[in-house]
Design a protein around this ligand. Structure first.
Ligand code: 5AD
Ligand code: FES
Length: 344
């Protein structure tokens, strides 16, 4: 039975009821995966793009119930990288063939707009051939405009869940889905290449919620869609909830590939954490991006959104070669490329 899958591939769309069926495994899963891989090859061949992730601060003013670096986690040891340390990560990354730097951090008041602009300006001067991606959480339009003027060209902000009720179950009252969406629309208007996404198997998530996620993404038409399994962290209010499943995450990656043939879909660190070959399977399910860590080894263990995160003991160079091998083991190859989206 592959009728739904075939039609999703052909039209990039299905009704809500049909999507629910497909998400719940109503069609032949191996056929879905094979079609997703075929579509990915049509648009991107066997190329895999890399992004060098620099986790530059784990201070955060927010208190998301699922996240290990939430403000109320007093057990977390906090750190910030200096501007010099961030630039050193970029230098090392450039040597290792990275052409995109992702600056990711908690919502940390120390990093004022001036400080972010100073960092971005310097990276832009030194690496005119690279993409600069920011992942700093929700910012006001004026701040986003300043970062863009300083030379940032991409921004990652997962919507986390597109259902208002579900959003309220994952976040304290100060945070709203409306503001998060507003931020995403601002990013688009300002000319950023935008990445969004959600967790799979987060507490209270229903199949209907996943359909809402797909519908919101159809509206937003982001360049990148990052998804990974929810992974539990014992220093959060969600400590009793089970992890999301790898199978469902892989299944959702394949559905995303058929709905968004052009999209950049990362095989995420969370996927690599839930299974030793999770990222490889993610690539085989339709993903085409990997985002290894460039942060200094001394701080990697501290950026713990969830437990047992992989690669916390490895130097950037080790990660780079490990990943090359892993990607090659499933028949794809990492390319030295800024890795822009290919919209047909
Ligand atoms: N498990 C999996 N992913 C998580 N994230 C945050 N906390 C967790 C967790 N416990 C994801 C969120 C966020 C991204 C940076 O990491 O989706 O947007
Ligand atoms: Fe980091 Fe394998 S990707 S060690």
């Amino acid at each position: 039975m592959s009728e739904l899958t075939e039609r999703l591939q052909r039209t990039q769309n299905l009704s809500d009821e049909e999507l629910m069926l497909l998400i719940e495994g109503g069609d032949d899963q191996e056929d879905l995966r094979r079609r997703a891989d075929a579509v990915r090859r049509e648009h991107y061949g066997t190329d895999v793009y890399t992004r060098g992730l620099i986790e530059f601060t784990n201070y955060c003013r927010n208190d998301c119930y699922y996240c290990g670096i939430r403000r109320s986690n007093t057990a977390a040891k906090r750190y910030r990288l200096s501007e010099e340390e961030i630039l050193a990560c970029c230098a090392q990354g450039y040597e290792l063939d990275f052409r995109t730097f992702v600056l990711q951090g908690g919502e940390d008041g120390y990093f004022t707009d001036d400080r972010i602009c100073s960092i971005v300006t310097k990276i832009r001067e030194r690496y005119p051939d690279c993409a600069i991606t920011l992942s700093l959480g929700e910012k006001e339009r004026e701040s986003l405009r300043r970062f863009r003027d300083a030379g940032a060209n991409r921004y990652l902000l997962r919507h986390e869940t597109a259902d208002d009720e579900h959003y309220k179950k994952l976040h304290p009252a100060q945070l709203s889905l409306a503001h998060r969406k507003e931020c995403l629309w601002n990013l688009k208007e300002l000319g950023y290449q935008v990445g969004s996404g959600f967790m799979v198997g987060s507490p209270y998530q229903t199949t209907q919620n996943l359909v809402s996620d797909l519908r919101f993404l159809q509206e937003l038409q982001p360049d990148m869609i990052g998804i990974g399994p929810y992974l539990t962290h014992k220093e959060t209010p969600f400590r009793e909830f089970p992890n999301g499943s790898m199978e469902q995450t892989l299944h959702m990656i394949s559905i995303l590939r058929l709905m968004f043939p052009y999209a950049l879909l990362p095989a995420t660190t969370a996927l690599g954490t839930i299974h030793p070959r999770g990222r490889e399977m993610g690539l085989q399910a339709g993903a085409n991006v990997v985002m290894p860590n460039l942060s200094p080894t001394g701080v990697r263990k501290l950026y713990q959104l969830y437990e047992n995160k992989i690669c916390t003991g490895d130097e950037a160079a080790e990660c780079r070669s490990c990943l090359s091998r892993r990607v090659a083991s499933v028949g794809y190859q990492i390319v030295t490329d800024v890795g822009d989206v290919k919209r047909s």
